[in-house]
Ligand binder design. Structure first.
Ligand code: ATP
Ligand code: ATP
Ligand code: MG
Ligand code: MG
Lengths: 260, 260
């Protein structure tokens, strides 16, 4: 049964997609895990970032989410050219589906139910979430076992972490008691900017104790270049700092997953 | 009657709030314009970025938007310590209001109507939009005369521009025929990253012709530091590159506004 990891925060542009794609690819490539990467963001940037290796599927994810009970995410997945990595491709109807979900009974539990069988086919399911706490992100947080929270070193991004943690407290109390924060991942860290970096780190440690992941992701243009090419960082620039740091992250994450 | 400028794109983290705050502050400080900065993002980051100079108001913006017809944004504004600059402070109920708006008649026209009198009190109204194309962003685009589209040099951000331009075409056809794209503002440009920068610029020019603003905003840590302090860039680091580039932007924008 797969471990479901949501990559989420309310703040935009802090590296949710970059982290989702790199982590999923590294777990598949270097840890022999069967990985499904689910794109819960209507932007569809998982597909943009992996455009050369994702083939569109027949059933869109929105159709699975809006079906009467019994539909499975498994129906909406596509293989990639990376062995052991599958994704849910871009679905232009996902945004409209989010609105429709709002009136369904148990609207936040739809994805959890649609992963019931899917979870038995994979070791890890990574959920890329949109920059808000709307129905799709909430579905991600209810379906998840763990949450990884990207945060770039800025007061606005830290504000987004606080908002997410607030939401998680309510979700854990009402909908998903086993939800556990894996940690806060510092992303887009610019080595030249120590004043802001140190201030944010101190603030996170003060508020959340040891929640900071032991790995940090520095600013690395290869990560954006890989997205431009539509390939994962390990295919595009295997010797880059971005590849090394995301491999490190995957090592830490694999260590907390059930053994193969 | 004020010119209303929406700062919008679907992509998260490209500098919508940083641009909204800096542009509004520069027009107020250096161009003698009476400026209202409206925070349409439930994150409330206008208030976070200006926390030392914004005093909370009595009426929240959500109450104005959900009132029966006749309410004005004017009821929900606060002065700042910058002469000529007013803002709508953080409103924790804005996210819930967005959901409720969805069932109202003419749901995208609510802000436009609530600015009818407010527009006569200001020269410029700047709208900071959230990272999506939901009801609040749509209200911003329907109320706006011009749209400024921040885009960092990345394929994902460019994808967000395309999504916004698609939406603008429908909005202009159905709801706001006078809506005009002021231009695409390149933000967070890292001088060291010429391959990606050049590729994105070429792509924007190919698709949108001369839509690129003549000013670009480089990566400048003072902009994030100013946000950490809760002050605008012109108070925090008046001699910084960020301050200079945003002043330039304000000069260009002021030139297309009606003369005082
Ligand atoms: N470590 C990094 N170094 C350099 N660029 C990065 C890094 N991480 C992310 N980026 C770039 O920053 C931008 C934002 O990252 P990304 O799109 O992954 O964030 P996001 O949180 O998923 O955004 P959204 O909120 O829009 O979904 C992208 O253009 C990406 O290429
Ligand atoms: N030119 C710049 N140089 C350095 N940092 C910048 C620059 N512009 C913005 N930033 C930083 O990048 C982050 C994203 O900017 P900002 O929050 O303004 O984007 P946004 O589009 O409003 O995000 P959201 O989609 O979450 O509303 C912030 O932490 C900000 O401090
Ligand atoms: Mg994303
Ligand atoms: Mg913003």
């Amino acid at each position: 049964k797969a471990t479901v990891i949501a990559i989420a925060t309310r703040k935009g542009g802090v590296g949710k997609t970059t982290t989702s794609v790199a982590l999923a690819a590294a777990l598949a490539r270097f840890h022999g895990r069967r990985v499904l990467l689910v794109d819960l963001d209507p932007q569809g940037h998982v597909t943009t970032a992996l455009k050369t290796i994702v083939a569109p599927t027949g059933t869109p994810l929105s159709q699975v989410l809006l079906a009467d009970r019994g539909a499975e995410v498994l129906d909406a997945i596509s293989p990639t050219s990376i062995p052991n990595l599958w994704v849910t491709p871009y679905d232009p109807n996902l945004s409209a589906a989010e609105d429709i979900l709002g009136s369904r009974i148990g609207k936040e539990m739809v994805l959890r139910d649609a992963l019931r069988i899917t979870r038995t086919h994979f070791d890890v399911i990574v959920l890329d979430c949109p920059p808000n706490l709307g129905n799709l992100s909430l579905n991600g947080l209810v379906a998840a076992d763990r949450v990884l929270v990207p945060c770039d070193p800025s007061p606005l991004a830290l504000n987004g972490v606080h908002a997410l943690v607030d939401a998680i407290e309510t979700i854990a109390a009402r909908l998903n008691p086993d939800l556990d924060v894996m940690g806060v991942l510092l992303t887009r860290v610019d080595g030249r900017n120590t004043t802001v970096n140190d201030a944010i780190v101190k603030e996170i440690e003060k508020t959340y104790g040891h929640a900071l992941m032991p790995v940090r992701i520095g600013v690395n243009s290869d990560l954006a270049k890989a997205q431009m090419e539509g390939r994962d960082i390990f295919a595009f620039a295997p010797d880059s700092r971005g590849a090394a740091q995301y491999r490190d992250l995957a090592d830490h994450v694999a260590a907390v997953l059930p053994a193969l």
